[in-house]
Design a protein around this ligand. Structure first.
Ligand SMILES: *Cc1c(COP(=O)(O)O)cnc(C)c1O
Length: 406
């Protein structure tokens, strides 16, 4: 029997024909990954310093993660929150172990985590107003922030390219200048419920909060009875060498949003709420069908297992110190192109003099995948498992890119 002719349509053609055009047109079709590397459909290998935008914390297809997900997929995948499942309980315990006494809510993405946090701010405001709704509801965020694409997250994201076309936004957001305490303080009024910021701004070009600033915000929140809420969706889960990036400052938040690295590639988000505010959420007030499934939590537990067993945070700290110094050398070698290096651990922004797109293309052609960030920044997000040799290789590739452009 002869096989019918199969009309081969390329993935690029399928995308062009059928996938919504909300993203820019991707340059590559990726078909396989292992550790810090991915391969495209032409068989070309790349050093992947995008990690799926800070998601693939253990690199691609870590054997422990694969085994855990395969095992769980054959046992129990989804039951909804009509029922308990052991993995959700255990994962909540582990997150409380990192964040401190409190409670955890599970969802499926960073934006969803932030929605739960913004709703928490409303609940806090209502309590502050003696139970009256809609009186105290304002949230102060930072300029250049990114908190996701839902209505709440977008309203907390003061960027024209994010908000354009979708107004009117959720009311009640005000924006201070990151690391300028006075600019936040002057926005506080009788209607303010919370301050909500990224510990390290990722999308807008890797801008960390200073310890002094975060300490100041903590003090303002204490004085005015506001919640201090941190978006650790990108910078959390070991990426900076500590489990949460705020741990570098010694400041304790009232609530935390996390997602990206938590599932190691499986979609999961989570919110930790400290014990003082956790009871604001009562039965029926919030929920999501997919939150905290046995499978998603198995993936996240596998990430935490490997993070601990392989001492990845210690490795990130040690290896990144050398890597940052190597990257800094590019500033002195190519002063007209490379203006600086920022960030912490494996969350790094290379400040360029102009739009990073040509350098990202050249790096890709030389075998290194990196991520665009706002304000002329090239973002490097290696998996937490990346070795010193791989980090050094990324610098060599970037050197060749800048040398050719010179
Ligand atoms: C990516 C990101 C989000 C949004 O997460 P999604 O999973 O894309 O919804 C929110 N906040 C920060 C800081 C992020 O980096």
């Amino acid at each position: 029997m002869s096989r019918p002719d199969v009309v081969r349509t390329s993935t690029a053609e399928l995308y062009d024909a059928h996938v919504l055009k909300n993203y820019g047109r991707p340059a590559l079709t990726l078909v396989r990954g292992s550790g810090s590397h991915v391969w495209d459909d032409q068989g070309t290998q790349y050093l992947d310093f995008t990690s799926g935008i800070a998601v693939s914390a253990l690199g691609h297809c870590h054997p422990h993660w694969v085994a855990a997900v395969q095992r769980q997929a054959g046992e129990l995948i989804h039951v909804s929150n009509l029922f308990r499942n052991p993995n959700q309980g255990e994962l909540a315990r582990r997150i409380v172990g990192y964040a401190g006494p409190g409670r955890v809510f599970f969802c499926n993405s960073g934006a969803e985590a932030n929605e739960a946090l913004l709703k928490l701010a409303r609940l806090h405001g209502m309590k502050k107003a003696g139970g009256e709704e809609g009186k105290i509801y304002k949230v102060i965020c930072a300029k250049n922030a990114f908190h996701g694409r839902t209505f709440g997250g977008m309203s907390a994201t003061p960027q024209e390219k994010i908000q354009k076309g979708f107004r009117p936004l959720v009311p009640g957001f005000a924006f201070g200048e990151l690391n300028n305490l006075a600019s936040f303080e002057e926005l506080i009024d009788g209607q303010t419920a919370a301050i909500f910021i990224e510990t390290i701004q990722g999308e807008s070009g890797v801008n960390p909060v200073t310890t002094e600033f975060l300490l100041g915000l903590r003090e303002l929140c204490n004085r005015h009875n506001l919640l201090l809420i941190l978006d650790e969706v990108q910078c959390g889960i070991g990426r900076t060498g500590k489990f949460y990036a705020y741990e570098h400052t010694g400041v304790r938040p009232d609530a935390i949003g996390m997602a990206k690295g938590l599932g190691g590639g499986f979609p999961i988000g989570a919110v930790w709420i400290g014990e003082k505010s956790a009871e604001l959420y009562q039965p029926g007030m919030h929920g999501t069908t997919f939150g905290g499934t046995p499978l998603a939590c198995a993936a996240a537990l596998a990430v935490l297992d490997v993070l601990e067993r392989e001492q990845l945070m210690e490795k990130v700290t040690v290896r990144s110190a050398v890597w940052h110094r190597e990257l800094e050398q590019l500033v002195s070698e190519f002063p007209s192109q490379v203006l600086g290096v920022r960030g912490r651990g494996y969350l790094v922004g290379v400040q360029l003099a102009s739009d990073p797109t040509p350098c990202l293309v050249a790096a890709r052609e030389a075998g290194l995948l990196a991520v665009f960030a706002g304000n002329n920044v090239m973002r490097l997000l290696p998996p937490l498992t990346a070795t010193s040799a791989e980090l050094t290789r990324s610098v060599e590739i970037l050197r060749s890119v800048f040398a050719t452009k010179k």
